[in-house]
Each structure stands twice: as C-alpha cells, then as structure tokens.
Design a protein around this ligand. Structure first.
Ligand SMILES: NC(=O)c1ccc[n+]([C@@H]2O[C@H](COP(=O)([O-])OP(=O)(O)OC[C@H]3O[C@@H](n4cnc5c(N)ncnc54)[C@H](O)[C@@H]3O)[C@@H](O)[C@H]2O)c1
Length: 437
C-alpha cells in the first residue's frame, strides 16, 4: 500500500518505519527540516531502541522517504496517517492547532486529487474531534464529501516510548473507529499482519478509549504509590504486598469491577475503605485517591436520584434492594440509601426484591429488616407486578433475569436502569434510561 504519514515524531516515525518494513511504500512528512534530513540520511530523529537500524534499512531499500512536499505525499499515497502532536493548553484542553493545519493542508490537496483517499487520525484527541473538527476542516478545504469522496477513521496508537517498535508489532489490540464498523476497510488490510485482536467501533468510542486507557494507567500508578506510602509508614514492604495483590487475576487484575453501573455497598467494601482512609489519616498520609473513593461512590447514588427527580414522577417502583443482585444482604446497600432519600423527599415508593422477600419469609434477614429499616419494610411489595402497576417510574436495581423484560418493553412508565440489565441498547424500550450508558 502507498501510505503518507504527517508528523514524524515518536508515533509517526515508528508507524512509518514499521509499515515500510512490512513492504509498504511510505512517505513521511514533517515541517521540521532537520527531521526530514535525518530520516533521508538513514537516521532516526527519535531516540528509540532499534529505530536507527530500522530507519537505515527501510530508507536504504527505498521503502521510506521523508519530505516537506505535502502535495507529493498526498498525491502519491492512498492512505494518510495524521500523527502530529496534540499538546495541552493551559486550561487542560487540547491544542488542536497542528491537527487543524495539517487537515487544512490535506483537504486542499484532496481538492485536486483524483481518486478515493483515506485519512486516519492517530493523534490522541478528545471524543468528537474527528467528526466535529477534523472532518469539517477536510470537507471545507477539499470541497469534497466524507464517505463519498474520501474516508476518515480514528485509529488510536497504544505504543509506549522506550519499547515502541516492540509495542507496534505486539499491541494489546488494534482499534479502528469508523462510521460503519460492519464494513471492511483498507485499515483491516493494513493491520492484517499484526497478530493481535482487531476491533472496530464507533469513532467516538475509539477516541474515548485512549483516554480511558491512559487515565486508568495513571490511576494505577497513583493508587500503588498511595499504598506504598501507607505501607512504608506502617513498616510493611509495599512490594511484598503488591506482588501478592498482582497474583489475583480473578478480582484484582481482571475485567471484574470495571463495568459502569450502580454504587458498591455491602458489609465489606465501604467499611474497609473507611478503615484504610482512617488509618492513612492517622499516619498523616494524603492518600487522595483512597480518600475520594467513597465520595465518588456516593455521587453514583446522587446521579440515580437526579435521574429520578428529572423524570418529574412521584410514584417510584424500586426493583432490587440488596447491595447486589444475588444476595439478600441489605447492609450498606446503596439501594436502601436511594429509597431512604426518596422517602425523605416525599416520594411514594414500592419495592420488590425477590431475595429480600424470601429472607423476610424465612427469617434469614428478618431481624435486620424489622430493626434497621422498618420504614422500608412497610414498602415491600410481594411481586414485580404490584410494583409495576403502582409506579410511574421504575428503577431497576437488580440483575434478576425475571425483570429484564421491563427494560425492553414499550411502556408509558419511565424505566431507569441502574445495573445495565439490558445488554444490547438497541433492544431497550422507548422510555428506557440507563444510569451511565
Ligand atoms: N509519544 C507517545 O508515546 C504516544 C503514544 C500514543 C499516542 N501519542 C499521541 O500521538 C500524537 C503524536 O505524538 P508524538 O509523541 O509522536 O508527537 P511529537 O511531538 O513527537 O511529534 C509530532 C510531529 O509532528 C510534526 N508536525 C507538526 N505540525 C506538522 C504539520 N503541519 N505537518 C507535518 N508535521 C507536523 C512536528 O514537527 C513533530 O515532528 C499525540 O497526539 C500523542 O498524544 C503519543
């Protein structure tokens, strides 16, 4: 394939050189003349393990050339990768100056280019940038129509400096954001040689993914460091603790607990996080992440309440009460907090939770219900139907498969789903509202 790469920084150089190594004809473009000279003399303009040898090889065999001649680059390629920098502005927003300049240039060149062209943005950009910023700039400057005269993709890069060639060939996955994930594209072909899962998704999801990745990486580092400071002050070797922590790939290092949903609760998590927070305070540790976990969790309850208030309805049916679907345990259940807040605000409430009803009948959690939440006990219904018929807004707080049909039915009642009971949102009913999806 004939590829042009705009921006010969870390991402651009590595991509250009690795695609050239795969036999593609690659033209690298930069506004920095010395980078162009470096590359054309067979040297790498970035310090990266293996890059000098790789650039020397692909320049020597004519597969990679570098130029400032943008017209040649666009005219002599079928795919253009944009890999210019997207630095921070002072307020944290992204500075899109380089993306804008390069897009305007590519657009103006597409105006006079015959044949279809593909533009793939690889720079890290906030969700919406490709569709609301890049595409309009390309259309205005080319006078052409996206998805008719040219295609645009968002293709995030996951390489790490220091191991970028290795990461290019062995990524965790390749992701392409496209307006039509079901269609095959030249990018499928381009990445065909990489032995890693290949996913297509919406453009905005691909843009967001990069920020989720990097925020999570930052969160992990900062969390481990907070644990390190607490451990040190307690005379514990933090590496001994974290080495063990990392051995649990079922709950700790896994996809578990990573799906957006309702707040956590129960007899352990809130209590133990409170205790660690207290201990860290006693040790004069700042522990900003640990200190903010319970506040963030409370905000998830508030978010659900905001949705219920916004529905404008006063008769609420709550399906689920225990802190998680498969239990009758009501201790520190966020659904109990939700119910109590609604009662306090004068909402009429009916509640049904299969496991809680059973516990009440069999005496398992009867004492707790009668002693700790008698105000809620009187609101417990005996069936889903009773709750459904009573309410104008139904809040699904349990993953009980018996109530899934409510999320998919068309009803006048507002259905607020706190637990993502419906997997495929296209199957949701007309009045369905998800908590955070
Ligand atoms: N560095 C990384 O490890 C990494 C990893 C993944 C994603 N990213 C993202 O990729 C993008 C590029 O990062 P980088 O570290 O390679 O940036 P960089 O600053 O090293 O390189 C950007 C290059 O673009 C060139 N450039 C600027 N305007 C240009 C124009 N109009 N035409 C042609 N070239 C132009 C610059 O001269 C520079 O050489 C950023 O959005 C970054 O967030 C970086």
């Amino acid at each position: 394939m004939k590829i042009s790469v705009f921006g010969m920084g870390y991402v651009g150089c590595v991509s250009a050189a690795c695609f050239a190594e795969q036999g593609h004809d690659v033209i690298g473009v930069d506004i920095n003349e010395s980078k162009i000279e470096f590359i054309n003399s067979g040297k790498s303009p970035v310090i990266e393990e293996g890059m000098d040898e790789l650039i020397a090889r692909v320049v020597e065999n004519g597969k990679l050339i570098a130029t400032m001649d943008t017209k040649k680059a666009v005219n002599e390629s079928e795919i253009t990768l944009i890999t210019v920098g997207t630095p921070s502005k002072e307020n944290g927003d992204l500075d899109l100056t380089y993306v804008e300049r390069v897009a305007a240039k590519i657009g103006s060149l597409l105006a006079n280019k015959d044949g279809f062209h593909i533009v793939a943005l690889r720079s890290t950009v906030l969700p919406g940038t490709t569709e609301d910023f890049l595409i309009p700039v390309l259309e205005q400057n080319s006078g052409k129509k996206v998805y008719v005269d040219f295609d645009v993709y968002y293709n995030p890069e996951f390489l790490r400096e220091g191991s970028s060639i290795e990461d290019f060939y062995n990524p965790p996955f390749t992701v392409v954001g496209t307006h039509d994930p079901s269609a095959s594209s030249k990018l499928d072909e381009l990445y065909g040689f990489i032995d890693a899962p290949f996913f297509k998704c919406s453009i905005k999801a691909a843009e967001m993914l990069k920020y989720v990745n990097n925020s999570f990486h930052g969160l992990k580092v900062a969390f481990a460091n907070e644990i390190g400071i607490i451990c040190k002050r307690l005379g514990i070797d933090s590496h001994e603790v974290m080495d063990l922590f990392c051995k649990d790939s079922r709950l700790n290092l896994s996809s578990y607990y990573l799906k957006p949903g309702f707040a956590f609760g129960g007899a352990c998590l809130p209590k133990d996080i409170r205790a660690l927070k207290y201990k860290s305070k006693m040790l004069d540790c700042e522990s900003m992440i640990i200190n903010s976990i319970l506040r963030s969790n409370d905000n998830q309850i508030d978010e659900a309440l905001r949705m219920i208030f916004a529905s404008g309805k006063k008769k609420v049916g709550l399906l689920g009460l225990a802190f998680k679907s498969s239990t009758d345990d009501l201790r520190e259940s966020p659904l109990v907090t939700l119910a109590e807040t609604l009662i306090g605000k004068g909402y009429e409430l009916k509640i049904y939770d299969k496991n809680v009803s059973l516990a009440k009948l069999t005496g398992a959690n009867k004492a707790y219900i009668e002693k700790e939440i008698p105000h809620i006990e009187s609101l417990l219904a005996t069936s889903v139907d009773e709750v459904f018929n009573f309410s104008d807004v139904i809040v699904i707080g349990s993953k009980d498969p018996d109530i899934e049909y409510i999320a998919t039915m068309d009803t006048d009642k507002v259905v607020i789903d706190l637990v993502r009971i419906v997997g495929d949102l296209s199957e949701a009913g007309g009045n369905y509202r998800g908590l955070c999806w």
